[in-house]
Design a protein around this ligand. Structure first.
Ligand code: UD1
Length: 389
């Protein structure tokens, strides 16, 4: 029996680990244990994803919580070291690019335990992004580097990673999206938010005509939480102002990350947001962070998605929804060259210009990136099983 310890901690890790846990359970000679670092801990940011994606309860929860990057990374390492010493796994598997990813890889490497990194080789070439530092360091420690898009191998080879360590397998986040897509389509979130209208748009209180076709009112969906966008009032202010202008054409729904909510309050930017109970015909609307199924449903039916997240650029590419990335760069260039993504930066005029164009003209033609086919986790577990036996 071979043992792998997998490490997760923050929201975007959970959809990447879910299909790997599922595949590992199918292999008779493999015992996959799960450690949750506790980097994210709110129910809506963590447990809800475990429930919806049927991820087994973590075997170990380090409960580190929020802190500065150095303290958070150090606390994870301190908690993880005795766990790995006791578990003595054949390898440690980490996913993505969050602090838990780096802390997991570093603790294992220091103990001489081989490391596998899922989503290796993505590069924004922007070292001011905490995730870029996590990516570069994790990849330099890893023994198996599983890449999700074709250009990632080139980045790794340039950094001196041996070719035999690199495996192009596809995207486990897309495995999860394809697996849960139809279930997400049955989410009641649009009804809850008052965005489903009978036979076209009717104001919410008008009685609905009987047995008419239901249609969704047009809306845009927004996520924003990168420190570079939300920690500086001079960056966040103009972004919100531009989004407020865009929202005069279609309401923008904003499931809000806890750190962004806090910054908006501190900077006094709450006046950009509408506050009625039901989503109106225009305006910027904050809603609580959503679970996986509700968010996937909102994304699939949106006219436009605006984001500074990484994974959402990939998911909108698969769903065929136009995506504007509110950053200066992307580590996922395939979403631009083959997908529906456009990197627009944080200039207010450009945000307004490209949003209006996307709301009017919809999506460019796209191609699905290679191996974004729902089988990435299977390929990864195949490689690891072969290597471990
Ligand atoms: C982390 C990842 C980022 C990822 C994001 C997804 C790093 C460096 N960053 O950023 O790559 O895109 O997760 O959400 O690992 N907070 C809560 N409840 C929680 C978690 C966080 O209230 O469950 C608040 C706390 O105030 C905390 C802040 O959010 O200080 C930031 O959390 P943190 O985990 O440090 O980074 P994220 O911004 O979530």
């Amino acid at each position: 029996m071979r043992k792998i310890v997998s490490i997760v901690g923050a929201r975007p890790n959970f959809m990447k680990i879910a299909p790997l846990m599922q595949q590992a359970r199918k292999r008779r000679n493999l015992n996959m244990r799960l450690v949750h670092t506790g980097q994210h801990y709110d129910f809506q940011m963590s447990q809800l994803f475990f429930q919806e994606l049927h991820i087994p309860k973590p075997d170990i929860d380090l409960g580190v919580g929020s802190a500065s990057h150095a303290v958070q990374t150090a606390e994870i390492m301190k908690g993880l070291e005795p766990v790995l010493q006791k578990e003595r796994p054949d390898l440690v598997l980490v996913v993505g690019d969050v602090n838990s990813t780096l802390a997991g890889a570093l603790t294992a490497a220091k103990l001489g335990i081989p490391v596998a990194h899922v989503e290796a080789g993505l590069r924004s070439f922007d070292r001011t992004m905490p995730e870029e530092i996590n990516r570069v360091l994790t990849d330099s420690l890893a023994d198996w580097l599983f890449t999700s898009e074709v250009g990632a191998a080139k980045n790794l080879l340039r950094e001196g990673v041996a070719r035999r360590k690199i495996f192009f397998v596809g995207n486990t986040m897309i495995d999860t999206l394809l697996r849960h897509r139809s279930k997400a389509g049955r989410s009641q979130v649009l009804v809850r938010l008052g965005l489903i209208a009978e036979n076209g748009f009717h104001p919410p209180r008008r009685p609905a005509p009987p047995a008419k076709i239901k249609s969704t009112r047009p809306y845009a969906l927004l996520t924003l939480h990168r420190p570079s966008n939300v920690d500086d009032p001079d960056v966040l202010g103009p972004i919100l102002q531009a989004l407020h202008q865009v929202s005069q054409d279609a309401p923008i729904l904003f499931p809000i990350h806890p750190r962004t909510r806090r910054q908006i309050e501190i900077f006094g930017y709450s006046h950009y947001f509408s506050t009625h109970d039901r989503i109106g015909e225009h305006g910027l609307w904050m809603v609580e962070p959503l679970g996986y199924l509700d968010f996937a449903c909102l994304m699939a039916k949106a006219r436009l998605v605006l984001t500074d997240s990484g994974g959402i650029q990939e998911e909108t590419t698969v769903l065929g929804v136009p995506c504007l990335t509110l950053r200066k760069n992307t580590e996922r260039p395939i979403t631009v060259t083959q997908g529906t993504n456009r990197v627009v930066g944080t200039d207010g005029n450009l945000i307004v210009k490209y949003s209006s164009a996307a709301l009017q003209h919809g999506v460019r033609r796209r191609r699905l990136p290679k191996y974004w086919d729902g089988h990435a986790a299977e390929r990864i577990i195949d490689v690891l099983c072969r290597a471990l036996t």
